[in-house]
Every structure is written in C-alpha cells, then in structure tokens.
Design a binder for this molecule. Structure first.
Ligand code: GDD
Ligand code: MG
Length: 335
C-alpha cells in the first residue's frame, strides 16, 4: 500500500522557523519531523511514500536526494499552486497512478498509531474512507468527528467554535481511502478534505472512523513542536532517545535538563538549559538561561541572556549579551 504524506502547507504557526523551510524539515529529536512520521509507517505494509509538496519543495529533495527516507522509497509530487488538502491528495494520487486503497497522513502528525489496525477496520466495514481519531482537550483546534456505535461518521466539523462539543474525538490526520474518494474532488480549484469532502462522505454514510488512545501530537504549533521534541525524552513514547547529540559540545560546568541539543551546538560555562530545543549549530555563551524555548539553527545567544517561556529564536539570529526574552519570536522580520 502507498502513503501520501501532505507536506505542502506554509507552516505559518511556526514562523519564523518556517519562513524559508517547511515545518516537516524542522527537527524533532534531532532529525527532520518527516522522519518521525515515516518511521512509523515502515512496519505496516507501506511500500512507497508519495510526498505531496507545495511550499519549498527543494528542502525535501535536498534532504533525500536518493529518493528514500528511513528506508522507504519516496516519490516527489509538486503542486503547481496550493490545492488545499483534498486537492493535494487528488493531485498526488493521480500523478502516481494510485488505483488501490491508500493511506494519507498529515505530515506534521507524530503518532504511535497502528496503521495495520486501521487498515483491518477499514476493510472489515468496507468503508470508502476511514479516519483515525484521537481524544483531545482542545477540540476547537481540530476536526471534530462524532461517530455511531459501528464507527460510522455522523458528521465532520472542522475547527468548531464551541464552547460545547458533541465529542472530544478529533481527526488525527491519518486516513485510509479508496480510489473512489478521488472522484469526489473537483479538479479546477483548491478543495479541503475537512470542510468539503469528509462532511459529504459522512452524509453519504461511506465514512468511518476509529478512535485510538495511542501517542499522538500535531507538531505544527510552537507549544506542540516543543512538546513533540520533549516527549522523546520523558518516557511517553514507545522509545526514548539521548537528547544531546554526540557532536554537540556541552561545557562540564553547564546544566542541561530534559532538552534536545542538536549537532554542533556549543554550550559554554554556567549555562542552564531546561525543557528546550537547540537546533543544529546553535551557540550559547556563558551564564545564559534558556527554559521552555526553541533556538533555531546556528542562532547565537549572547552572554548572560535569558530566553524563557516559549520564546522562538530564528535560525541564524544573533541575540545580544544580557538580553531578556519572554514569550517572543525573534527574527529579522519580526517587526
Ligand atoms: N500538499 C499540500 N497542499 N499540503 C498541504 C496543503 C496544501 O495546499 N495545506 C496543508 N497541507 C499540509 C500541511 O503541510 C500539513 O502537513 C497537513 O497538510 C495539515 O495541515 P495543517 O495546516 O497542519 O492543518 P491543521 O493542523 O490546522 O488541521 C488538520 O490537522 C488536524 C490534526 O492534526 C486538519 O486535518 C484537522 O481536521 C485535524 O484535526
Ligand atoms: Mg497541523
């Protein structure tokens, strides 16, 4: 079975880190987010990944020039313009001659979901499409999906305003689809799978869904991007990693607590880093404190600065000595 992974969005919620690169290329656990997604597909009979690209496609092609990622072959498909989620699925499927059941994944969703289980359910109920669902405390950020006792989808409401919701089960961004789904998608305009195609399929009673309690996160916002990184350290995933890259240089007089420290990062004396992500090549001068924040590639944090409370420092950015940053996004284009 083939998997279409949607990676064509602009990643606006992660700016400035995504000004020049797609969010799926940003690192989670010191490797591109995309690898965290694809690694979970390898044991579930996926034979090829079709990357549905739009914004900055060259970032992917440059990262995987031999057209494989975590051992799976990749086919690159570039949209001529943003086609929205359903338009992107249709375009990628047609470009790849998809003619049997296929998987679709949102490229910013990191999960330990069992795709084989989802596939078994899909075949068992003979659905036209089957959505994986996850429980959430915050339904208004996602697509809410009420189902009946057989898993048949009763409706699909994308990002409802609330405050009351029929269910806390939301679209996890993983779908199995039959090729007939593609015939529902107009070819001459952008089409959203969430606001147009799924609601119509729910009406036609051909759409099913399966709730899952397994690890799931949409890493597309600053909070969740940071969390997705830290979750590789705190034991909530089915594996744990060493957060400090072998090729990082951390002073013995620095303290690094539950943080991801990338390749080539330099950390000087007296630095305290906690619950943070420092991407490849970042440099931290002495006596700096960084907590709950994200520091982009090759950024430099000057002596005695404080970077706190979900601050994002852009790639290549230089923070002057003794700067205090709280909950801000620092980049050349930030003002
Ligand atoms: N190729 C292509 N073209 N990809 C796109 C486009 C497009 O025009 N628009 C968005 N994408 C990709 C994004 O790069 C991302 O990987 C995925 O589609 C989903 O887009 P997001 O922008 O991250 O959507 P969201 O997080 O607000 O909501 C979606 O995901 C939630 C689960 O994480 C919806 O599917 C919700 O219903 C769902 O609950
Ligand atoms: Mg998302």
């Amino acid at each position: 079975m083939r998997a279409i992974i949607l990676v064509g969005g602009f990643g606006t919620r992660l700016r400035p880190l995504t000004n020049d690169k797609p969010k799926q290329i940003l690192t989670v656990g010191n490797r591109p987010m995309l690898e965290n997604v694809i690694e979970k597909l390898t044991n579930h009979g996926i034979t090829e990944v079709i990357l549905s690209m739009g914004f900055q496609p060259s970032a992917f092609v440059d990262a995987y020039p031999d057209e494989t990622c975590v051992g799976l072959p990749i086919k690159y498909v570039i949209e001529p313009e943003p086609l929205d989620t359903a338009g992107a699925i249709r375009f990628a499927a047609l470009q790849s001659d998809v003619d049997e059941t296929f998987l679709v994944c949102n490229g910013d969703v990191i999960t330990d979901i069992d795709v084989s289980e989802l596939t078994a359910f899909h075949r068992n109920v003979a659905a036209e499409a089957t959505i994986s669902l996850t429980p959430t405390d915050n339904p208004s950020r996602y697509g809410i999906v009420p189902i009946d006792n057989n898993g048949q989808v009763k409706g699909f409401i994308e990002k409802p305003l609330g405050p009351d919701f029929e269910t806390n089960l939301v679209n996890a961004g993983y779908y199995l689809m039959e090729p007939s789904t593609l015939d529902r998608i107009a070819s001459d305009r952008p089409v959203s799978v969430e606001t147009e195609i799924f609601p119509k399929m729910a009406e036609d009673k051909t759409l099913y869904a399966v709730p899952s309690e397994t690890y799931w996160i949409d890493a597309g916002t600053p909070e969740t991007f940071l969390q997705a990184n830290l979750d590789l350290l705190n034991g909530v995933r089915d594996k744990k990693i060493n957060g400090v890259h072998d090729q990082a240089s951390v002073s013995p007089n620095a303290l690094v607590e539950t943080s991801i420290i990338g390749r080539g990062v330099k950390i000087a004396d007296g630095v305290h880093i906690k619950n943070s992500v420092l991407m490849e090549g970042a440099e931290v001068e002495k006596d700096v404190r960084i907590e709950g924040s994200i520091v982009g590639e090759r950024a430099k944090i000057g002596e005695s600065s404080q970077v706190l409370e979900l601050t994002i420092v852009d790639h290549e950015e230089i923070v002057e000595k003794r700067t205090q940053l709280r909950s801000v996004r620092i980049s050349e284009t930030s003002d």
